[in-house]
Design a protein around this ligand. Structure first.
Ligand SMILES: O=P(O)(O)OC[C@H]1O[C@](O)(CO)[C@@H](O)[C@@H]1O
Length: 545
């Protein structure tokens, strides 16, 4: 057994999990439950009252957090300690949104001036594009940006851009290409004009196969459509920490925005990786996004654990994952602009906490990192919510809803909100057999039929959910929301004693993909591989099954 599962606190929580009243009872016996179990700060309100939580459980979870050294781990992250131990790196996405006069040191050097300088470089770039000072090779203004990147160098910019659509200023169009499937880039290029298109190559390492291949194809397209080698500087820029590789690739040094090894890919949208967002919404709004995240950083670093939103959300995730065997967690956004957020949180959480050894290399004997999934409400209500209500798996849910709509037409928003609240209520209270039977009282079914149908209509309830509200979806509230989930990820990782900041599993995928490619290209015999891989490679070479 590990220290964690051996601990008295863990054992107490285990005993408590088996002996809890139904949430219906918890609400019935305490009219103050919402007031006591909700937190408001940073433009967000977290209602966590619809959880399998008593005061005693909450205190025990907080004890677990203290025993895991959570407070010290939070402080270590903000201080720039190398908490990504396997790569010996600091984890400082928080420095990307720190005030200009902050002093945050990595290896004795304050990184904040570099961050501010990069923001200024981004601002100048965006302004030059807007004003037409930056022009394409035939003298035309740039109208379209194509962001090429994958993973953290793609999902954040794409999903946050989508979420902030009401703030687009219409000065530029942005397109995103990630997948190495040639269809992805071909479909984009069909609609673009090389004279007015600028490619932004986003790759921290400048070594990711998909991004290099897509950028190469973009370059070939540009040259084939009339651009020349000397014009590349007007149409290609990069965001990378590998300046040497970028210049060797043909990108002008002046067109390179820096990235740092102390920013993880999935935490990088606040850096120049966020340039597409800045280009769409303008620098002031981009800075508001940073300010929202900064507010959540201050909250996370300074609020006591029991009033700390990321801490509470992280502990609840541990509670269900480890003590109720909840293998997945659903994020339900009741806002069309936020429809991509579940995928973003999925990458953030699953790439971070998909681990099975502790920091000192021992195998964990508890579950880490549930599957994160979800979608937009109300659509999911007519699909997978059935499993949430009546399936056998326990799936804790986060409901996210802005109280005001950017498109307040008719009764739409009231209906959307009612559905959101109605779902959390149904999940919590369920429906008893007697209630189901009573609902069938006036039907024409026989008594035996009523008894049978009522059994099918029973919903156990007691299904946990958090509700996150904001007045309106703005760059500030969105920044706070994203940072909330970033920090929630750290909280879980701290309890589980794992490194949330490396990703060796996906690195292996990258490496093996490249190896197979070299075998395909070199027509090598692959009999040394397993029979399946060998057969698949041969079939690909043949081009038919
Ligand atoms: O920005 P890069 O170096 O191209 O990496 C892209 C992505 O690849 C990963 O390293 C692994 O898939 C992610 O963590 C990262 O965001």
């Amino acid at each position: 057994m590990t220290h964690l599962t051996q601990s008295a606190t863990w054992q107490t929580l285990k005993a408590m999990s088996a002996d809890l009243p139904h949430m219906r009872e918890l609400f019935a016996e305490n009219p103050q439950r919402f007031d006591q179990l909700s937190i408001k700060d940073c433009g967000l309100l977290l209602d966590f009252s619809k959880n399998r939580l008593t005061e005693a459980v909450l205190q025990e979870l907080l004890k677990l957090a203290r025993e895991a050294g959570l407070e010290q781990k939070i402080a270590a992250m903000f201080a720039g300690e190398a908490i990504n131990t396997t790569e010996q790196r600091a984890v400082l996405h928080t420095a990307l949104r720190a005030p200009a006069d902050a002093d945050i040191r990595v290896d004795g050097v304050n990184v904040v001036p570099e961050v501010q300088q990069t923001l200024a470089q981004m601002e100048a770039f965006v302004e030059a594009l807007y004003s037409g000072q930056w022009r394409g090779y035939t003298g035309k203004k740039i109208t379209d940006l194509v962001s090429i990147g994958i993973g953290g160098s793609f999902l954040g910019p794409k999903i946050i851009s989508e979420a902030l659509r009401p703030y687009w200023n219409g000065k530029l169009q942005c397109h995103f290409v990630a997948n190495v499937d040639g269809t992805a880039i071909s479909e984009k290029l069909k609609k673009l004009d090389p004279e007015t298109t600028l490619f932004l190559m986003s790759s921290k390492s400048f070594g990711t196969q998909e991004t290099l291949t897509n950028t190469l194809s973009a370059k070939e397209w540009f040259l084939a459509k009339g651009g020349s080698q000397q014009d590349i500087g007007k149409h290609f820029a990069a965001i990378t920490s590998n300046v040497a590789k970028a210049t060797a690739f043909g990108i002008d040094e002046d067109n390179i925005f820096p990235m740092w090894d102390w920013v993880g890919g999935r935490y990088s949208l606040w850096s120049a990786i966020g340039l597409p967002i800045a280009a769409l919404i303008g620098m002031d709004n981009f800075k508001a996004l940073l300010a929202g995240a900064r507010a959540m950083d201050v909250h996370f670093a300074s609020r006591p654990l029991e009033q700390n939103m990321p801490v509470i959300m992280g502990l609840l995730s541990v509670w269900y994952n480890n003590f109720f065997n909840a293998q997945s967690h659903v994020v339900l956004t009741y806002d069309h602009y936020l429809r991509g957020l579940p995928a973003y949180f999925q990458q953030l959480d699953m790439e971070s906490n998909g681990k099975s050894v502790t920091l000192d290399g021992n195998a964990v004997d508890y579950s880490t990192g549930p599957v994160i999934w979800g979608g937009e409400g109300t659509n999911g209500q007519h699909a997978y919510h059935q499993l949430l209500h009546q399936g056998t798996a326990l799936i804790p849910a986060d409901f996210i809803l802005p109280l005001q709509s950017h498109n307040p037409i008719g009764e739409h928003h009231a209906q959307l909100a009612s559905n959101c609240f109605g779902q959390t209520q149904a999940l919590m209270q369920g429906r008893t057999f007697d209630e189901a039977l009573a609902e069938l009282a006036d039907s024409s079914f026989t008594e035996a039929e009523k008894q049978l149908i009522a059994k099918h209509k029973v919903m156990e309830g007691n299904k946990p959910s958090n509700t996150l509200l904001m007045d309106k979806l703005t760059p500030i509230t969105l920044g706070a929301l994203i940072a909330l989930y970033e920090h929630r990820t750290l909280v879980q990782g701290a309890i589980w004693d794992i490194n949330s900041f490396d990703q060796w599993g996906v690195e292996l995928g990258k490496k093996l993909g490249n190896e197979v490619l070299s075998r395909i290209g070199a027509e090598l015999d692959s009999k040394d591989l397993d029979s399946s891989s060998n057969a698949l490679i041969n079939l690909f070479r043949q081009g038919k099954i």
